[in-house]
Design a protein around this ligand. Structure first.
Ligand code: NAD
Length: 365
């Protein structure tokens, strides 16, 4: 039921939202509220120079609204960079739904959210993210066509993400070892879920020696048995004598503590936000002579898969596009070494350069 509450006493004079938007030049924010379903959401459109803003919807029990706002601003900006460096004609956006994904979900809530997505008329295209299932997205799709990753469409993005991660890892090996052959190389894969398992499969097929860790014992055992991988402890993974560390579970695993212990030459995995602090740990990995494949460039297979659905392209097209991650990572690593700048900074620059070049000819939507 629509109800007007008394807002006379609300002081909006110190509202910091537009200040926050202007810090990283976000184009648009849409605050969504529906008392009947309990929907409280924020949709952020960061940049649409390259095309409509695509990025998933996350459902999370944020401590407060500012935490949700910070997250959606950060994540939507990240999507602009990911889509740009991957050569896609997409801008960056993201949505967050504030609430407990175990208790607050309903068809009505997601359909209401779908109406808000639809009100942006295609400027924002949504997809699944943390806390959201394909069923939830099916409800969203009852109210808007601007949704991808639905059951029966482009499907699970994990094989494409794993493929991109694998070829990007090979590009790092080429730069670090002079050959992109991974046969005989020791690779530790942290997290053997959707992406991790496909990655282990590719590595095992090539003859790499694979070490795996996971908090879910049954998955760990099944993957170890299927691919003849060696199980290591959750913490032990940071002390192994290995060539490549592939984080495929959590963010922030490259930090002060683990950098003292990691003995690898390459960090290349699918997990998002691997560097706990980009500027500190991005520099630190470089100082240690480790080649770090920037996560948002390496794990772009997922968004490539979504793009194939937006443009009605084939699954083979998505795999072929993910192959290009090899060249992208190679260019990043080469430029990082010639300009003596950490790889993550080079990746950001390359993403910005593409947007700036295009924005000279085309105004934002
Ligand atoms: P997933 O949930 O299927 O797999 C993650 C696995 O990590 C699970 O098996 C989980 O048990 C395990 N895990 C959790 N904590 C761990 C710990 N401390 N140590 C070891 N293992 C642990 O997720 P996914 O889809 O495979 O994605 C993996 C990562 O890649 C995530 O960070 C995700 O954001 C990122 N990513 C995924 C895709 C995709 O296409 N699925 C795309 C881009 C980025």
């Amino acid at each position: 039921m629509f109800e007007v509450k008394n807002i006379e006493d609300t002081d909006l004079s110190n509202n910091p939202v537009i200040a926050q938007m202007s810090k990283y030049n976000h184009e648009q924010l849409l605050f969504c509220n529906d008392n009947e379903t309990g929907l409280k959401a924020i949709i952020a459109v960061h940049n649409t120079v390259l095309g409509p803003a695509l990025g998933g919807t996350r459902m999370w029990s944020y401590k407060n609204e500012m935490e949700a706002l910070n997250d959606v601003l950060r994540l939507s900006r990240g999507m602009t960079y990911k889509n740009s460096i991957s050569g896609l004609n997409l801008g960056g956006g993201k949505a967050v739904i504030i609430g407990d994904s175990r208790t607050m979900k309903s068809e009505a809530l997601f359909r209401r959210f779908g109406k808000f997505v639809n009100s942006l008329a295609g400027k924002y295209i949504t997809a699944e993210d943390v806390g959201i299932s394909p069923v939830d997205m099916t409800w969203v799709s009852k109210e808007t066509n601007h949704v991808v990753g639905l059951p029966g469409k482009s499907g699970d993005p994990s094989p494409v993400t794993a493929h991109g991660t694998y070829v990007g890892m090979k590009a790092c090996a080429k730069e670090q070892f002079g050959t992109d052959e991974l046969s005989g190389k020791k690779v530790a894969v942290q997290g053997v879920g959707h992406v991790g398992e496909y990655l282990v499969d590719a590595l095992a097929k090539e003859g790499a020696e694979v070490f795996i860790s996971d908090i879910h014992e049954p998955t760990l055992k099944r993957v170890a048995d299927t691919y003849d991988a060696k199980v290591v402890g959750l913490d032990e993974i940071y002390d192994l004598d290995i060539d490549i560390y592939a984080p495929c579970a959590l963010g922030s695993t490259v930090n002060d503590e683990t950098l003292k212990r990691l003995k690898c030459s390459i960090i290349a995995g699918a997990a998002n936000n691997q560097l706990q602090n980009e500027s500190i740990h991005g520099r630190e990995v470089m100082k240690k002579g480790i080649v770090y494949a920037p996560d948002f460039a390496l794990n772009a297979g997922g968004v490539i898969n979504c793009y194939s659905e937006v443009k009605s392209l084939s699954a083979q097209w998505a795999m072929d596009k993910a192959d290009e991650i090899y060249t992208t990572i190679q260019n990043i690593v080469k430029r990082s070494s010639s300009e003596n700048i950490p790889t993550y900074e080079i990746a950001n620059k390359m993403a910005e350069e593409r947007i700036n070049a295009i924005s000279k000819d085309k105004l934002p939507l």
